[in-house]
Design a protein around this ligand. Structure first.
Ligand SMILES: *Cc1c(COP(=O)(O)O)cnc(C)c1O
Length: 392
């Protein structure tokens, strides 16, 4: 090989194979001839051309998520919001109407309220725990419904069976954002969803070091529509992020099982403490949708819980400051437990009145339980509660 040539020299020959997916950052892929390129574009042979249109690390990651959700053809995007955007803007056109859950992820809500209407797509938000209220929001031109199975941060459980039946009867595309619940609890395609979305950033990748999304559809036509929109609008994920997320996914099942066990214990522990007004956890007997925790979530309570301190902002400040070692950070699904305070973060735009309607007070916290030892975690929460109780 001439030293001045910039083409790769090829990998050293090895009769054995790597046990870890290689990282492949190449943006372009060279073909032998124009005929060979034709064969690729016409689908007669499989080959990559340009990374925005697809690359090996994204495909390997997509296949792993496909396997969990029981589908094929999933596409990895540069963020969870890119996946939400692909579903909403890639499948709808001006004049269409979209119905969304009224407690969607903050940016999804913003897209429903601001961006879709700006582009001529009308939207209505409705309560997905009440199928009659949800049905009342439908119009003749309703094209798509977007729901999350467990709401943030009050952990209400959608009537997935009722909504799926409604969408089928009306010929409306059902899009389910399965980020919170994960396929361990719910496989939305089995319930009749047409499109499923993940923020891979959260539980699937699980280490708060990548931002990625995933979207899949139940027909080749919808998959192609999503794919073309994603490639055209440049929602490309980085190969390195895909590689990291694949590594994170290796332990997803174990992480989820452990965090869920701890979450249940922590929820029960908090419910018995002075200074805690209420605790929300899907499989607890006092949860407002406990029947659906069995029928929809199959008894999988998950790693998320919420609780309300007796008191206001001062008590919340004292709690967050004293619960040392728990990151006060508005994310979820990390290996470390994180604490979020919706009134000052995700739900601040709603205003006190809007929050009051959802039962989100200044004392309301959401917890994403991680992999700490249960006893140590409880002790840290007790530190926080003591500090909050000491504030007059
Ligand atoms: C975080 C999240 C998103 C957005 O994902 P990003 O990866 O942060 O863009 C969408 N939906 C839900 C339910 C989320 O929790």
């Amino acid at each position: 090989m001439k030293p001045t040539l910039m083409r790769p020299v090829g990998l050293p020959l090895s009769a054995s194979t790597p046990v870890v997916t290689p990282l492949m950052p190449s943006v372009v892929y060279a073909s032998e001839t124009p005929d060979a390129l034709d064969a690729q574009y016409e689908g007669r042979v499989k080959g990559y051309t340009y990374a925005r249109e697809g690359h090996p690390n994204a495909d390997v990651l997509a296949q792993r998520i496909d396997a969990l959700e029981g589908c094929t053809g999933g596409i990895v995007t540069g963020s969870g919001m890119a996946a939400v955007t692909a579903a909403l803007l890639g499948l709808c056109k001006s004049g269409d109407h979209v119905v969304g859950g009224d407690q969607l992820y903050g940016r999804s809500l913003r897209m429903m309220k601001d961006d879709l209407p700006r582009l001529g797509i009308a939207t209505t938000l409705a309560d997905p725990t009440d199928v009659a209220a949800f049905a009342a929001a439908f119009r003749p031109e309703t094209k798509l419904a977007l729901v999350e199975v467990v709401s943030n941060p009050t952990l209400r459980i959608a009537d997935l069976a009722g909504i799926a039946e409604l969408c089928k009867a009306k010929g409306v595309l059902l899009v389910v954002d399965n980020t919170f619940t994960t396929p361990v609890a719910v496989k939305p395609f089995e319930w009749g969803a047409d499109v499923v979305i993940h923020s891979v950033t959260k539980l699937l990748a699980g280490h708060s070091d990548v931002t990625l999304g995933w979207v899949a559809a139940n027909t080749p036509e919808l998959t192609k529509q999503l794919y073309d929109f994603i490639v055209t609008t440049g929602m490309t994920p980085s190969p390195f992020d895909c590689w990291l997320a694949e590594r994170g996914m290796m332990s997803f099942g174990l992480r989820f099982a452990h965090a869920q066990q701890t979450a249940r214990k922590l929820a029960d522990h908090l419910a018995g403490q002075k200074g805690v007004k209420r605790v929300l956890y899907p499989t607890r007997d006092d949860h407002p949708d406990r029947a659906r925790a069995q029928s929809v979530l199959r008894g999988v309570g998950g790693n998320m819980l919420s609780f309300e301190l007796d008191g206001g902002r001062e008590q919340a400040n004292a709690f967050a400051a004293a619960a040392k070692g728990i990151a006060f950070a508005p994310t979820l699904g990390d290996v470390g437990t994180t604490l979020s305070h919706p009134a000052s973060s995700s739900h601040r735009a709603l205003g006190a009145e809007g929050r009051a309607k959802l039962g989100i007070t200044e004392g309301f916290f959401r917890v994403s339980v991680g992999l700490e030892e249960t006893e140590a975690l409880m002790a840290t929460f007790d530190d926080g509660l003591r500090a909050a109780g000491a504030v007059k």
